[in-house]
Design a protein around this ligand. Structure first.
Ligand SMILES: NC(=O)c1ccc[n+]([C@@H]2O[C@H](COP(=O)([O-])OP(=O)(O)OC[C@H]3O[C@@H](n4cnc5c(N)ncnc54)[C@H](OP(=O)(O)O)[C@@H]3O)[C@@H](O)[C@H]2O)c1
Length: 314
């Protein structure tokens, strides 16, 4: 008989990936406990198999309450915007360490899955990338004998995404602003494929452990012009590429950096570190190691994934 976990603690459930995960785990045999620090989105309130635990990754009491009695923890919460090392590390490194430490100290430790990022492969590029690498290291230390897996997704897109949507919307209007170097290659993944991996991992009798990259099955990744071609095919419209040199965005990134130093609540996306990430030439990743551990095939290439993403063509 399958020993797959039924009671699952989830962080980051109000975020883009977390909300898609909740939908994936909507069957009533899953009993979900979610950590929320702000007002729950309607989609969570409507889902009948969800119990809300109020609190944040900074609050050990809430984390104790969250993981108590759970068979699995899926840690999707993370800081993706910000300026300083301290802002990112506080949530990504220290928050992950706190949660993993509490989970590992349970009398029956749950299986643990953390969302890292492909950025962790290049920690020198930005405070965000460095914090994701530090989070992996912290998890290694805190986990002890608890079985854990970290996924390093590349750019994730799909329903509910707010970061890549404006780019696709601009393309659908006929302008493709090219910020990445012309020869840069990057992998992508549709959010439903990513959460499908988490679901399969939950169902594994012996959960896969380790740190893994994953992509949408396009092994060589994409260059910007291939993405534009896919948008052209779907929209049937003419799309012109507009070259936006990174140097043009540097003053705004520098302004954001200064403002972020002065005001801790100011957490912009466009920073000098983000520009270094965007200027990096190789964000292509590999599925092979993960597929040896877990029976998963991505179902959505970019063409299928964009067709299943609402809101960018209107
Ligand atoms: N999206 C991508 O392309 C991508 C790619 C690679 C890796 N990732 C990783 O995937 C994870 C989720 O990303 P996402 O795109 O879903 O981000 P998102 O939409 O910004 O969601 C982030 C989630 O984390 C929660 N959170 C942040 N700080 C917290 C704290 N201190 N305590 C408790 N909850 C906190 C947020 O809660 P609030 O709603 O209260 O703010 C939100 O639910 C992140 O770890 C990110 O690094 C994302």
């Amino acid at each position: 008989m399958s020993q797959s976990p039924q009671r699952v603690a989830i962080t980051g459930a109000s975020g883009f990936i977390g909300q898609n995960l909740l939908q994936q785990l909507s069957e009533p045999h899953y009993s979900l406990k979610v950590l929320l620090r702000s007002q729950p989105p309607q989609s969570i309130l409507r889902q009948s198999n969800v119990e809300i635990v109020k609190g944040s990754l900074q609050d050990s009491g809430s984390l104790q309450q969250l993981v108590k009695g759970c068979d699995a923890v899926i840690h999707c919460a993370g800081a993706v915007r910000g300026v300083t090392e301290a802002q990112f590390n506080r949530t990504n490194e220290e928050g992950s360490a706190r949660l993993a430490g509490i989970a590992a100290s349970q009398s029956q430790p749950p299986r643990f899955l953390a969302l890292s990022s492909l950025a962790a492969r290049e920690p020198q590029l930005s405070a965000y990338a460095n914090s994701k690498k530090r989070a992996e290291n912290a998890l290694t230390k805190a986990a002890g004998n608890m079985p854990w897996l970290a996924l390093r997704p590349p750019a994730v897109y799909g329903p509910g995404d707010k970061e890549m949507l404006p780019l696709f919307q601009a393309m659908a209007k006929g302008i493709a602003p090219m910020i990445t170097p012309r020869d840069a290659r990057f992998s992508m993944i549709f959010v439903q494929d990513l959460v499908a991996v988490m679901h399969i991992w939950l169902q594994q009798e012996t959960p896969a452990t380790g740190i893994y990259e994953l992509h949408d099955g396009h092994a060589q990744g994409y260059c910007f012009s291939q993405v534009v071609d896919v948008v052209r095919q779907i929209s049937g419209k003419r799309v012109r590429t507009l070259n936006v040199p990174l140097a043009l965005l540097s003053p705004l990134a520098a302004f954001n950096w200064v403002a972020g130093q002065l005001m801790s609540h100011y957490q912009p996306m466009l920073t000098p570190g983000k520009l270094r990430e965007l200027g990096h030439h190789n964000w292509v990743c590999d599925n092979q190691a993960l597929q040896k551990k877990l029976d998963w095939q991505p179902a959505f290439g970019l063409q299928e994934g964009l067709r299943a993403t609402p809101g960018w063509q209107s």
